[in-house]
Design a binder for this molecule. Structure first.
Ligand code: GLU
Length: 321
């Protein structure tokens, strides 16, 4: 099946956008625009307690500063709105109810410590221990809960296979490696894994472009989309930007947040030019600023094939334009 390229960027307003977020936003924007496809901006403010006040406005402003634009978003509306997750709770409730009606969910009041005690860890990866399924047999039956219960997905057995545009094939036995994952936490907050799937389907997203740190979320999300009766969007995971020593970009490291670049007097296209060279989208020996709209015709997204991460290298060097 072929997909279109209607795309999105979905920042969480929980911290500063930094050079890594900018690289992801640029690649997602280029993937859509180079295919002549629409681009959607969605604010993933589902986890209320973590949302930083004023962050959304600043993030959107920084994306504009980079020279990016979008056809639909919280600031301009559109046919698939609202574009803030905090305003879409009814659609998550409805999707959760559809899964519940098919017997695919159950209530779970296990604590982290209990899960750690019961779970054996042969496949524990970056997602932690697979949930051992303690509460599965009890389903939704009313009982005395020891704490507000989470809702978990009863994950069907078997391997899930997804094909990424740049990272190739990803196979994961979700039931074995992750277990029955949480769709709604005990405190009532819907899980990222769930909300993102419901939104991408509702917003008609055809290709999900995001950072490679989320690659292993894709099998879970494809599984969920299918359980909701839909074909999942195509996926394309852009290289994760790491520091010169290979470390993850600490959000507050000096020079890394876009805010620092602005206050240092740089212009967005200067940052875009350096990111495009760093990602190999344009020749490394180019110099100077690059407007995203000028990169549409001449950036080579195939350069991202097989690249899981890139180092910041000279991207931190100051240089006003
Ligand atoms: N909101 C997520 C983040 O900021 C991105 C989710 C996604 O692109 O699927 O990391």
């Amino acid at each position: 099946m072929t997909h279109g390229h209607r795309g999105r960027f979905a920042p969480s307003p929980t911290g500063d956008l930094h050079l890594g977020s900018a690289a992801t936003a640029l690649v997602a924007w280029l993937a859509a625009r180079s295919a002549g496809a629409p681009f959607v901006l969605r604010v993933e403010d589902i986890d209320g307690p973590r949302v930083v006040s004023g962050c959304e406005v600043e993030q959107l402003d920084e994306l504009r500063w980079l020279g990016l634009d979008w056809d639909e978003g919280p600031d301009r509306g559109g046919p698939c709105g609202p574009y803030r997750q905090s305003e879409r709770l009814a659609s998550y409730e409805a999707a959760l109810e559809r899964l519940r009606a098919r017997g695919l969910t159950y209530l779970c009041d296990c604590s982290r410590a209990e899960i750690a005690r019961v779970a054996s860890a042969p496949h524990a990866g970056d997602e932690g221990l697979p949930y051992p399924g303690t509460c599965r047999a009890s389903g939704h039956s009313p009982r005395e809960f020891r704490r507000a219960p989470a809702v978990r997905l009863a994950v069907p057995p078997g391997e899930v296979v997804v094909r990424d545009r740049w990272q190739g094939e990803v196979r994961q036995d979700v039931a074995r490696d992750v277990g029955d994952f949480v769709l709604r936490r005990g405190d009532g907050v819907f899980a990222y894994q769930f909300a993102v799937v419901v939104d991408d389907l509702a917003m008609g997203i055809e290709e999900v472009v995001r950072g490679a740190d989320l690659l292993l979320s894709s099998p879970r999300q494809a599984l969920l989309a299918r359980l909701l009766g839909a074909e999942p969007p195509a996926i394309a995971h852009a290289p994760l930007v790491v520091g010169v020593d290979g470390e993850r970009l600490a959000k507050r490291a000096r020079g890394v947040p876009l805010r620092d670049r602005r206050t240092a007097g740089e212009c967005g296209p200067e940052v875009v030019g350096r990111l495009a060279r760093m990602l190999g989208l344009v020749p490394a020996d180019e110099r100077g600023p690059a407007e995203p709209r000028d990169l549409v015709a001449r950036s080579d997204l195939a350069a991202l094939v097989g690249v899981r991460q890139v180092r910041l290298q000279g991207a931190l060097d100051p240089g006003a334009c």
